[in-house]
Every structure is written in structure tokens, then in C-alpha cells.
Design a protein around this ligand. Structure first.
Ligand SMILES: NC(=O)c1ccc[n+]([C@@H]2O[C@H](COP(=O)([O-])OP(=O)(O)OC[C@H]3O[C@@H](n4cnc5c(N)ncnc54)[C@H](OP(=O)(O)O)[C@@H]3O)[C@@H](O)[C@H]2O)c1
Length: 270
């Protein structure tokens, strides 16, 4: 079976570099999709309380029979629970049917609420209580990161941010890495890059699909990535990205597609 490389995190743990994302996977699709991913060999699942599918993720995990210690499960604290993380994580764990997650993230800083520092202090406590092995954030900019680190002395292990060929976020990536934080790339395939002529030409050149080329670009950039699909053939194909390499010039071609084009919201606007 394909061996997925692990990325070392700043708390001494590791995370599989390729996982399976489940945003917008419906109640009907969640169990078969996660089951297909686990069957394919994915061992890292990225969900969130707000996705509304933690129960299905948990069910697919249980039905797979795969030992818990072989799996890496991430879930996230949503904006409306920043003052209530202790209860929110218990609700997530109950839905997942787990006694701890591997990684718990603050989903968005939601700066207009002014509670993300308090939320981070709570996550530090949740980690001490063993309810999550690691803690991190999502959609945090440099100044949000600086603020939570200054307040607690605790550095997140990852920052999960939107990155794809139309939004390469190089300045943000350097900021994140300057703290010793690993980068997770959400919406890795973007909306549009799969049909971009530069990507389809590269795919022809290396005899792979456009999605495989984009995922390979992420992996070679060192990002942790978890494409979502409810289509069994795509779930499989998105996992077959460890037996070829893009040349430096191909990486540079994809880097050059950046348009600073977000598919999601600006974290500072929330
Ligand atoms: N932290 C955050 O704020 C945040 C925000 C967004 C996403 N995320 C995380 O990141 C994960 C991935 O992002 P995403 O779900 O937005 O987008 P994505 O994984 O980049 O793309 C998913 C879309 O691409 C299609 N697709 C998947 N594989 C394909 C392939 N091989 N060829 C052609 N099309 C393919 C899927 O269609 P089908 O499903 O129909 O096959 C789906 O429409 C999420 O599931 C979630 O875990 C986090």
C-alpha cells in the first residue's frame, strides 16, 4: 500500500501529509466517502463541527475496524463557540465517538468577536486534559498568530489556510513558517485551476490528471493537504500522487498562476 509521508510538528508529533477533507459532504455521502477513503489508504480525516458530519465520520471510522492509533482525526471549533470550547469539543468527541482527537483547530479568528485569544487559552487547557493531542489554528494571519503566542507562550502546530494555484499566499506561508508552524492548504484544487491550460498541459506532459498535478505541487511545496471528493474514482486518484515528481520548472509554472483569488472569506473581515 502507498506510504504517505508524515510531517513533523513543533510539539513532537507527526501528521500524515495527505488526508481526506469532508467539507460539504452530505449526510447521505459521508459514511460511504470516508469508507472509500479509508479503504484506499487515507489515514487522516479533516472535519469540523460546522460541517455537520462528525457523526458520519465517526461511524465510518468504527465500521472500518482500523485501529484508532493508525488514524489522524482533525476537527475544529467554530466561531460561535470561542467562549465555550470546553463544551464544544465534548460535543464533537461525542459525535465522532472518540475520546480524543489528534488535532483541534480554531476554525477562524473572527476578529470582530474579539475572542480568539480566549479560545486559544481554552485549547491549551484541552490539550493538557488530553481531549486533543495537538492544537492549531485555521485562517490566522501573522498578527493573529503573534497575539495568541504572546498571550500564552504556546505556538500552534499548524495554520490551515486557503492555498491553491490561483491563491499561492507566499507571504503568508513565510509568515506562518517563521513561527515554526506547518502549513495546511485548504481547497487545494481551487475553483478553476483544474481547467487552466497551464495545468492541463502539465498533466499531459507528466501523464497524470490535473488534480494529481496540483496535489503534487502542494506536496512538493511541503504543505499538508486533504482533498475532498464524494466520487470513488477521484478519491483513489487523489491518493496516487507519490510515484511521480514535478520538475522545478513545473513547480515554478504553477507558482506563476497566482491571481490572489480567494474562494472563501478574508479572515480579517469576519
Ligand atoms: N479551514 C477552513 O476554513 C476550510 C475551508 C474550506 C475547506 N477546508 C478543508 O479543506 C478540504 C478540501 O477543500 P474543499 O473541499 O473546499 O475543496 P477541494 O478538495 O480543493 O475540491 C473539492 C472539489 O473538487 C472536486 N474534485 C475532487 N477531486 C477531483 C479530481 N480528482 N478531479 C476533478 N475534481 C475533483 C470535488 O468533486 P466531487 O466531490 O463531486 O468528486 C469537489 O467539488 C475540505 O473538505 C475541508 O476539510 C477547510
Amino acid at each position: 500500500m502507498t506510504q504517505v509521508p508524515h510531517v513533523s510538528l513543533n510539539d513532537g508529533t507527526t501528521i500524515p501529509q495527505l488526508g481526506f477533507g469532508v467539507w460539504q459532504v452530505s449526510e447521505e455521502d459521508i459514511v460511504p466517502s470516508v469508507a472509500a477513503a479509508l479503504e484506499t489508504g487515507y489515514r487522516h480525516i479533516d472535519t469540523a463541527a460546522i460541517y455537520g458530519n462528525e457523526e458520519g465520520v465517526g461511524r465510518a471510522i468504527r465500521e472500518s475496524g482500523i485501529p484508532r492509533e493508525e488514524l489522524y482525526v482533525t476537527t475544529k471549533l467554530f466561531n460561535n463557540r470561542h467562549a465555550d470550547a470546553e463544551v464544544a469539543i465534548q460535543e464533537s468527541l461525542e459525535k465522532l465517538g472518540l475520546d480524543r482527537v489528534d488535532l483541534y483547530l480554531i476554525h477562524w479568528p473572527a476578529p470582530s468577536q474579539g475572542q480568539y485569544v480566549q479560545a486559544w487559552e481554552s485549547l491549551v487547557t484541552l490539550r493538557e486534559q488530553g481531549l486533543t493531542t495537538s492544537i492549531g489554528v485555521s485562517n490566522f494571519h501573522r498578527h493573529h498568530l503573534q497575539e495568541i503566542i504572546d498571550a500564552t507562550g504556546v505556538t500552534p502546530v499548524v495554520d490551515q489556510v486557503e492555498i491553491h494555484p490561483y491563491l499561492t499566499q507566499e507571504p503568508l506561508v513565510s509568515d506562518i513558517r517563521s513561527f515554526g508552524i506547518e502549513v495546511e492548504a485548504w481547497t487545494p484544487l481551487g475553483r478553476g485551476p483544474l481547467e487552466d491550460p497551464a495545468i492541463t498541459q502539465l498533466a499531459e506532459k507528466v501523464d497524470r490528471t490535473p488534480a494529481q498535478v496540483i496535489l503534487r505541487w502542494h506536496l512538493q511545496k511541503g504543505y499538508i493537504v486533504f482533498p475532498k471528493s464524494v466520487t470513488p474514482s477521484r478519491i483513489k486518484a487523489n491518493f496516487e500522487v507519490f510515484d511521480f515528481e514535478l520538475a522545478d520548472e513545473d513547480i515554478a509554472t504553477i507558482d506563476g498562476l497566482n491571481k490572489n483569488e480567494r474562494t472563501g472569506g478574508d479572515p480579517d473581515a469576519g
